[in-house]
Design a protein around this ligand. Structure first.
Ligand code: ZN
Length: 292
């Protein structure tokens, strides 16, 4: 599958599945050349009558969608394998929210995503979602540890989040060979497809560690890009920057974890981002624009 067309294809699948999430219009509007109506245009389309039998009222986060000509292109790797993306090439004050693992399944977080229409991409690990084995330290013994399992992931999807791939068991992938990496990546893609109806297109390697075999395995599992991050969000909504001047930058990708007090921390984080004059972008729409 040509990667340049990929996001369009995924959007079509997501549209069929997420009608009630209200995100289809905004994603579709970003198709192709980036000639995107203002975000208000897609907001006006929320909660079409009769479309929502899954959630009551308006739902699904469009977030900021790219303006015409706004987004640069990703460099295409010469090896034909999925690119590794750490930030989105834009000058606009927009950042992107991603959340990893899936241990702490706080319903208050789902409600914020839905009700405040905040786009997030959730990178889920099977062992975290299913609360198998020993909890990762990022779970911090939370109150909702594995509370809803895959039902929680579906709730998040219904709220408008995209559900992406973060392996079965959260290994350090470069320690594994090709087949081992493929088992980890394809395994959770199959599970996500089974439980949500849509296979992921983005992959986040645990700890950010990857090698060429990772990209080969990801491609074999239908993954279009590896998505890293530029800053992490700590408990209390504190942003830990990977740059010395400690500022948000246009196109930054922020990494959160499903951990205790997520709903509270998320509220603090979103307020902080807005106070600094940034919008929260719709990752799918921006990726599609950058990959064209
Ligand atoms: Zn992780």
């Amino acid at each position: 599958m040509a990667s340049g067309t990929y996001w369009t294809i995924r959007t079509a699948a997501a549209t069929a599945l997420a009608v009630s999430a209200g995100c289809a219009t905004s994603l579709d509007s970003g198709t192709g050349d980036g000639a995107t109506p203002a975000p208000g245009a897609s907001r006006a389309s929320k909660a079409p009558s009769g479309a929502g039998d899954r959630a009551a009222g308006p739902s699904g986060p469009p977030g900021a969608t790219p303006r015409p000509g706004e987004v640069g292109r990703f460099p295409r790797p010469g090896d034909g394998l999925p690119p590794v993306i750490s930030s989105i090439p834009t000058e606009r004050k927009v950042v992107f929210l991603t959340i990893d693992d899936g241990w702490e399944q706080d319903p208050g977080f789902v409600a914020q995503v839905r009700d405040r229409r905040i786009p997030v991409a959730a990178f889920v690990t099977r062992d975290a979602v299913e609360a198998r084995g020993t909890a990762d330290p990022t779970a911090q013994g939370g109150r909702f540890l594995g509370a809803g399992k895959w039902r929680y992931v579906r709730d998040l999807r219904d709220a408008g989040a995209t559900i992406e791939n973060h392996t079965l068991t959260h290994p350090n992938l470069p320690m594994l060979g090709y087949e081992g990496q493929k088992t980890e990546i394809c395994g959770v893609s199959r599970l996500i497809r089974r439980h949500t109806g849509t296979a992921p297109t983005l992959f986040r390697p645990p700890f950010g560690n990857h090698n060429t075999l990772t990209r080969r395995a990801a491609k074999a599992c239908g993954i279009d890009a590896l998505l890293l991050w530029t800053a992490t969000v700590q408990p209390g909504g504190k942003i830990a920057y990977q740059v010395p001047d400690k500022k948000l930058r246009p196109g930054d990708i922020l990494l959160l974890h499903f951990r205790p007090n997520l709903a509270r921390d998320f509220r603090i984080l979103v307020a902080k981002i807005k106070r600094r004059g940034f919008e929260i972008g719709n990752l799918d729409a921006y990726l599609k624009a950058a990959a064209r």
